[in-house]
Design a protein. Structure first.
Length: 168
């Protein structure tokens, strides 16, 4: 999946983005989150505009996921944060999904909307536990979470978008 491309247009002119390019925009702190943003947007585009690349500046996003990696992937491709079409709303979280509760993304394009959620089994319990510790992580746990972030990114990017996210 390393060569997977998200195609959009701007004023009718084609643009193509890869995950690697999103990582160059984001930096390397949260590669797993960037993979979540990339995959959720890719599946949203397949769902909302299956026959043609969408106009990037007409895609709006609401999500319960506050992570900077996801935000940056989506922002690079859609410019939605800069233009006020990206909103984090923790009320969208699905508490019945446990620690997967915030992995919800609602995309709107030209009057059509799709809501996506991460599939079970893709966010590991060890990762969740370390994230929950926040600033209370030990130096060893901090090293481990960095490894887990990259491991998640590698695992997700080996899959197709519909293997990572599903329509809620």
């Amino acid at each position: 999946m390393a060569d997977y491309v998200i195609n959009v247009v701007e004023d009718g002119k084609p643009m193509a983005f890869t995950y690697k390019e999103c990582m160059h925009y984001h930096g390397f702190l949260l590669p797993g989150g960037a993979a979540h943003g990339f995959h959720s947007l890719a599946l949203a585009i397949k769902t909302l505009s299956p026959d043609e690349a969408p106009e990037r500046r007409e895609i709006s996003i609401e999500t319960a996921f506050g992570g900077a990696g996801a935000r940056d992937s989506i922002e690079m491709i859609t410019r939605s944060l800069t233009e006020g079409r990206y909103k984090v709303d923790t009320a969208m979280a699905k508490p019945e999904r446990g620690f997967l509760a915030p992995y919800v993304f609602k995309f709107t394009y030209r009057g059509k909307t799709t809501t996506l959620q991460v599939k079970e089994g893709l966010v590991r319990e060890e990762f969740r536990q370390l994230v929950a510790k926040g600033k209370d992580r030990t130096a060893q746990e901090e090293e481990r979470i960095i490894q887990l972030r990259q491991e998640m990114a590698d695992r997700l990017m080996a899959l197709q978008p519909e293997q990572v996210y599903e329509v809620a």
